[in-house]
Ligand binder design. Structure first.
Ligand code: IMP
Length: 422
């Protein structure tokens, strides 16, 4: 382990949490580099369950430094709640660094997220309504409020006055309540009391840590099919969840990355709207949803479920330079009859092996499948060799097709139910 990136290789919710916990325990530093509290995973610590949203996964380990880097959008009010939850759980000695350059999600971003979605009526993106998109809009429009602004009260006050002139105009035009800059300033100053000791230049910190040969884990949120540039636009999130964005979102050089672990579910799920060629609308889809507990951590929405799609997986592994696959929820596929993997699409009668950029074309793609024999194995299977040949064939096909080895195989929610192939 040295500098390792974990990325979701599908539409998010690939089970990154378990693999991240596993790899975080071997790290000195865990970094979030994109997204915000639209992400979520549950960690069990001291027999209590914690739903982490913005805090990196190493927060329960006193010896790990947890970094919220530049590319994240951070809701300071929600972060305070999350920190208090962690403290109430008995963790008081955590190490947290927040980039002074990361942008803050303001209350009006949440209002706007809801309003934009309502305006789209039947063309809704299905966002998590956490204000992610509107915050990235203001970042790009150069009127965002950054974490570092909390350390400069006079500057923050002036900035809020200027920014709110524009935002209030927009809020008013949408029939939404306007914000008073002084009131918002006072609220921000309150959360700043708790957060200011954590805010610093994390670029400087991370580059020094690389020189000092620290083990650093970059923890991606969401999945590459939700990438703003290469996902199923506009049904995407507003950041880039792949290793490609780690240098930009954290300020480290690309050459510093040693390993890229792509997390892939043994089947596919998606929440929110947008094309999903291998989606199952039948009893099998319902069965996989129940067996895999496919309901959102943040929104509790039922996830859409489908067969594994290797057109998606291969493109994402290639694009992000994945060095290994962690295949998750493999146990969910036990005793599934009619098991298939998609290896190509049929578009207007032609076989293609790429993801069309056009939403209309992608919606018309029909999956081309290879059939697989059903398999079963014991909960306490410890090695790859113990798996039945049918299960091995399923995995081998993924490896041969993508050219990337499945080095981590998750066969249950317990940490022990992880088969390593190093
Ligand atoms: P937003 O990130 O809240 O703007 O939502 C944009 C799209 O990304 C929606 O389809 C969401 O359902 C999806 N999305 C955002 N975060 C996650 C996640 O952590 N897992 C899966 N889907 C997500």
């Amino acid at each position: 382990m040295s500098v390792v990136v974990i990325e979701g290789a599908q539409w998010g919710d690939e089970g990154k949490g378990k693999i991240t916990d596993f790899l975080a325990s071997k790290s000195d530093i865990v970094v979030r580099f994109q997204g915000g509290n639209n992400a979520g995973h549950t960690i069990c610590f001291n027999n209590k369950k914690f739903a982490l949203r913005s805090l990196p996964s190493g927060i329960f380990n006193e010896s790990i430094v947890n970094v919220i880097a530049d590319g994240v959008v951070l809701n300071p009010f929600m972060l305070v709640d999350e920190i208090n939850e962690v403290k109430e759980g008995g963790i008081t000695n955590f190490n947290l660094l927040i980039s002074n350059r990361c942008h803050l999600i303001m209350p009006y971003h949440l209002d706007l997220d809801g309003a934009y979605e309502s305006l789209l009526s039947d063309k809704k993106i299905g966002t998590t309504k956490k204000g992610i998109g509107p915050c990235y809009i203001d970042k790009a429009a150069r009127r965002g409020i950054r974490a570092g602004d909390l350390l400069e009260p006079k500057f923050l006050k002036e900035k809020l006055e200027t920014t709110l002139k524009v935002k209030n105009l927009e809020l008013r035009s949408l029939g939404l309540k306007e914000y008073d800059p002084i009131d918002l300033y006072n609220k921000l100053m309150k959360v700043a009391e708790l957060l200011k000791e954590h805010i610093c230049d994390t670029n400087y910190y991370l580059n020094k840590a690389i020189k000092d040969n620290k083990n650093i884990l970059f923890e991606g949120a969401q999945g590459m099919m939700l990438d703003i540039d290469r996902g199923t636009y506009p049904y995407v999130t507003s950041s880039s969840p792949s290793s490609n964005y780690v240098p930009q979102g954290s300020g480290i050089p690309p050459k510093a990355i040693d390993e890229v672990v792509a997390i892939c579910k043994a089947y596919t799920t998606r929440v929110g709207e947008g094309p999903f060629p291998t989606e199952l609308f039948n009893e099998l889809g319902d069965k996989i949803r129940e067996k895999g507990h496919e309901y959102g951590t943040v929104t509790h929405r039922a996830r859409r479920v489908g067969y594994l799609d290797l057109v998606v997986l291969r493109r994402n592994l290639e694009m992000s330079g994945a060095t290994e696959i962690a295949l998750t929820l493999f146990d969910v596929l036990r005793n599934i009859k009619d098991l298939k993997i998609c290896y190509a699409y049929k578009l207007d009668g032609k076989i293609i092996d790429y993801i069309p950029a056009s939403l209309d074309e992608y919606s018309r793609c029909e999956p081309v499948y290879k059939d697989f024999e059903p398999f079963d194995f014991k909960d306490d299977t410890k090695t790859f060799e113990e798996l039945p040949i049918e299960a091995k064939n399923y995995i081998k096909y993924i490896e041969d097709f993508t050219g990337v080895k499945v080095k981590i195989l998750s066969i249950g929610s317990d940490r022990e139910q992880t088969i390593l192939r190093y």
